[in-house]
Design a protein around this ligand. Structure first.
Ligand code: PEP
Length: 249
């Protein structure tokens, strides 16, 4: 049995003060919940506050990106060592908004993924097709390409902590959720690719999350599917009650 992981992606929302206020409400709502792993990924500026207030709780803190070098002249970037130094344990890599708006490529996703794994962070590596690709029947090809390139030159041993999130871009922030059947098909493609690259044993324990307009109303239909190993939640994770309802689907 793979333990499900429910992760919040706050994108560019909340100040440190708002972060503290969120956890004041959220932690009591999920206290004692150990069926699933819970991770919250706020903006960099909030990480220290988030780590401080979640200490000794069942909630881990993740970042939304990581650079592949430890340090250097890379204005605006943050390294894995820096994230570890403030108590961060998880990191999102290759989110479609990074790919769409900030020039993230399959190759930079691979570099970031390697750096996260090398450092001991748990990466949540996002893959997913855009609407035109789905309509052109290219979903499987896109997922295969993104996985092969993201996993390039990473050994199964190094990849032990890898988590993948299937996030169809047409479902992110749009209110359109992929049906459990669409998700299951995509997850099967990703798991096959992981089998090719890392082997059967690895692929059998790999957690593949779904992300794209997950809300309290649709969480249980998705999460009850055995092949969906959790969720990456954007908009609906900004409100403590709403995210707690998703965690406790
Ligand atoms: C996301 O940001 O990864 C996401 C899935 O967003 P939303 O839940 O708002 O669609």
């Amino acid at each position: 049995m793979r333990k499900k992981l429910i992760a919040a992606n706050w994108k560019m929302y909340k100040t440190p003060e708002e972060t503290r206020a969120f956890f004041r409400d959220f932690l009591p709502l999920v206290s004692g919940h150990d069926r699933d792993e819970i991770v919250v990924c706020p903006p960099y500026i909030d990480l220290t506050a988030a780590v401080e207030v979640t200490k000794n709780s069942n909630v881990a803190v993740g970042a939304q990106n990581v650079h592949w070098k430890n340090e250097g002249a890379f204005t605006g970037e943050i390294s894995a060592l820096m994230l570890l130094s403030v108590g961060v344990t998880h990191v999102i890599v290759g989110h479609s908004e990074r790919r769409q708006y900030f020039g993230e490529t399959d190759d930079t996703v691979n570099l970031r993924l390697k750096a996260a794994l090398e450092s001991g962070l748990t990466p949540i590596c996002c893959v997913g097709e855009v609407l035109e690709e789905r309509e052109a029947g290219l979903t499987d090809d896109v997922l295969r390409r993104q996985c092969v390139r993201a996993f390039h030159a990473i050994s199964a041993k190094k990849a032990a902590k890898l988590v993948v999130a299937y996030e169809p871009v047409w479902a992110i922030g749009t209110g359109k959720t992929a049906t459990p059947e669409i998700v299951a098909e995509a997850h099967a493609v990703i798991r096959r690719e992981a089998t090719e690259v890392f082997g059967e044993d690895f692929a059998a324990q790999l957690r593949i999350l779904y992300g794209g307009s997950v809300k309290p109303e649709n969480a249980s239909a998705l999460m009850e599917k055995e092949e969906i190993d959790g969720a990456l939640v954007g908009g609906a994770s900004l409100d403590a009650k709403s995210f707690a309802a998703i965690v406790k689907y």
